[in-house]
Design a protein around this ligand. Structure first.
Ligand code: 0GY
Length: 292
């Protein structure tokens, strides 16, 4: 079973920027190992194994204290690898799950006990088959008693269609949008597309976003300077509703292998003050995931 994208960086540089003590990498994944946690038979890609030990090693090397591990499409709604990592983390990781409509309340409670605090709804067509919105509405209701939030992943051309649905979810639950809504950075932060995304957050105070994944958005790899203005605009406009993550191990990267140390070095460019960095890296993720 060969992986169909580039492996993660074997030897990232030590970042020049040192995150503050207690910083959270709020978007990363664990994959497999496949012989222990097989990938979903209907997955759209086969990842390289990216086991929890490697993730925790990277966390320490980059100077982070905690992780939020997001269930990715290649594991479907089998959250076993995620739960295994959460349980091994010693309370230093929280999780975002993917749920089948058949999930039982008992299973939800087990996930909650393991440290899961959210459910992810993926609308990216190259990653998942289409799921009826009623299924998502039902799952959103099911996780309310656990006070979980919803993570949504979509690409910017789909925002107009999804906007009413996302706003309805955000009426009484926090909704976190992955990767800044995946803007086309070629259109610029002043373009109508990104302005529509900014308006979504201005108009809905329950909507948060992750200022992550410059490696996927950039047209200037491995410099990423074309992505910085987008992330900076969001951090400055919504300082209490932004999260940051490495996106390790960067599934589906085909253009280049991101160096996680270089990704960390972008943080002071997008959050220029110590106060903004504290909110981005500590206060916001701790409030959302550790309830503190
Ligand atoms: C990411 C991005 C991607 C993959 C997934 O669920 C997934 O498989 O999220 C992607 O290919 O853009 O956040 O890992």
């Amino acid at each position: 079973m060969d992986p169909d994208y580039l492996p993660f960086h074997p030897n990232p540089k030590k970042p020049s920027y040192q995150p503050p003590a207690g910083a959270v990498d709020a978007h990363c994944h664990v994959f497999g190992p496949a012989d222990q946690f097989p990938y979903h038979p209907k997955r759209k890609y086969t990842p390289c194994d990216a086991p929890k030990e490697k993730l925790f090693e990277l966390r320490d090397y980059l100077g982070f204290s905690r992780n939020v591990i997001v269930q990715a499409s290649c594991h479907g709604s089998d959250n076993s690898a995620l739960v295994d990592a959460l349980e091994a983390s010693g309370d230093l990781a929280r999780g975002v799950s993917v749920l089948s409509p058949e999930v039982t309340d008992h299973e939800l409670r087990q996930l909650d006990n393991a440290g899961v605090r959210g459910v992810r709804f993926n609308f990216v067509k190259r990653l998942v088959d289409s799921i009826p919105r009623e299924v998502f509405i039902d799952l959103a209701d099911r996780v309310k008693p656990f006070d979980w939030h919803i993570v949504v992943y979509f690409e910017s051309p789909d925002l107009a269609d999804l906007k009413p649905f996302i706003e309805s979810l955000a009426r009484d639950q926090v909704v976190v949008v992955d990767h800044m809504g995946r803007p086309d950075v070629g259109l610029g932060p002043e373009g109508s597309e990104f302005k529509a995304f900014m308006s979504l957050l201005y108009q809905n105070t329950n909507i948060w976003t992750k200022v992550s994944c410059p490696e996927r958005l950039t047209k200037q790899a491995p410099d990423y300077s074309d992505v910085v203005p987008f992330a900076k605009a969001l951090v400055e406009a919504f300082p209490t509703r932004v999260l940051w993550g490495t996106d390790w191990p960067h599934p589906n990267m085909k253009s280049h292998t991101p160096d996680d140390g270089s990704l960390v070095d972008i943080i002071p460019l997008i959050a220029e003050t110590e106060e903004l960095r504290r909110q981005l890296l500590i206060e916001n993720p701790m409030r959302l995931y550790w309830n503190s």
